[in-house]
Design a binder for this molecule. Structure first.
Ligand code: NI
Length: 145
């Protein structure tokens, strides 16, 4: 673990009791852990504004597998040289629909443009992109999970 520094924070009583209530609901073991997560969250939000930052993303799509050649088109997108596909997972939901979760790695701008192309294909019914910047993890925050 990197060097740890202790800091003191002054808070209004009311604000602190609301914070304590929130972190108890969320199941944090202590205030320090909750504050660390809040800081990481803010840093990661900031990092996501940088289109050149490195990130990983889980792109989840639900699509009709009868839609012609959708899988081939998605695979072609994943083979674009700008991005690295780390993994993908296929789940058969019912007789029509499948869910595909594709994990992409690369610059945020390339992830977003590839994900948008995936989501806009005919036959894709639902889609979500969950971006996680990786630079914060590597350089500023110790990850022990
Ligand atoms: Ni399927």
């Amino acid at each position: 673990m990197s060097q740890v520094e202790r800091i003191g924070v002054s808070l209004e009583k009311d604000l602190l009791s609301q914070f304590d209530e929130l972190i108890e609901k969320k199941g944090y073991p202590n205030r320090s852990e909750a504050i660390r997560d809040l800081i990481r969250e803010q840093l990661s939000q900031k990092e996501m504004e940088n289109p050149n930052a490195e990130a990983v993303a889980a792109v989840s799509i639900v699509y009709d597998h009868h839609a012609t050649q959708l899988m081939q088109k998605l695979t072609a997108l994943q083979h674009q040289h700008l991005l690295q596909t780390i993994s993908s997972l296929h789940v058969h939901l019912n007789e029509h629909d499948c869910m595909e979760i594709i994990v992409l790695k690369g610059r945020i701008k390339h992830i977003n443009s590839t994900a948008e192309q995936m989501l806009s294909h005919k036959g894709v019914k639902l889609g979500k992109v969950n971006l996680i910047p990786t630079q914060i993890h590597n350089h500023q925050v110790e990850c022990n999970r």
